[in-house]
Write a protein that binds this ligand. Sequence first.
Ligand code: B12
Length: 249
Amino acid sequence: MKHICHADRLRRKSCNEAHLSSQEKALGAPGYDKGGVEVMNELTEALVELEEKSVRELVQAQLSDGRDPLKILEDLKQGMDIVGQRFAEGEYFLVELVMSADVFNRALEILEPKLLETQKTEEKGTIVIGTVKGDIHYIGKNLVVAFLKSNGFDVLDLGEDVAPEAFVGKLKESEAPILALSGLITTTHDVMRETVEALKSAGLREKVKVMIGGCDVNQEVVDFTGADAFGGDAISAVEIAGRFLAELG
Ligand code: B12
């Protein structure tokens, strides 16, 4: 069978802003104004500069001022996107990526209880989730897990670098009707596709709805992988899961 590498087919690189042209930057890509000039608010900038203490203080102060925790999360996420962009441009190295994850996680310690406070908790279905094989990014996946749990879903988190067979095994054992796959590197699109193929081979595809998310995941990737839907953030994961359950009856 011919191996198709999905990374080769990608045209839109939302997680690789360094590859944006000046025209694309001018269209308002994350961290750029309409003139293509890099702009950030104080919180985003503190994260990009990896100033952990300032980030924590700003998050705390903004929460105390009554700012919407989701808006705070957006600023932090934008900071991570810009860190990624600097990494791709060669301005930041692996050490800065590691540090950004640390700073983000420390900020989340303050933010997460407030983020989840407003959610509902009635019992819903079971969801198997994991970051696919070859990928160890877990921050976004963990946020998705936290939102799903706080919205009443029973979540079986298989962690990171999860092989297709492990997802299949857990789905069989738990009879969960939903599979959620996370992947931040473009090569994971191939692995997501392999995972959906593994569900088919195991005779599970009709019983299990699949949602995907992460960097550069869009409808094109849904079509490529054979998944059912994609989500851009943790809130959409909750919405999609609700929709899946309604569709499954
Ligand atoms: C922090 C970070 C790391 C940390 C990760 C820490 C950890 N264990 O999680 C470390 C340092 C380990 C790391 C390693 C690497 N990284 Co990295 N990393 C990042 C960075 C800066 C931020 C990721 C992050 O946590 N974002 C914040 C969270 C909240 O956002 P999120 O993950 O996108 O998740 C949200 C949504 O995507 C969505 N979502 C996520 N999953 C799911 C699932 C479902 C079902 C749904 C519905 C929604 C959903 O909801 C989440 C919440 O809003 C990104 C840049 C970026 N733009 O994301 C690069 C980035 C992902 N990394 C990149 C690379 C290249 C690497 C390395 C290969 C570097 C290297 N040379 O070794 C390795 C990969 C090793 C591996 N095999 O996995 C590239 C990937 C390029 C590409 N498109 O292929 C990026 C895009 C940077 C860049 N621009 O070059 N990285």
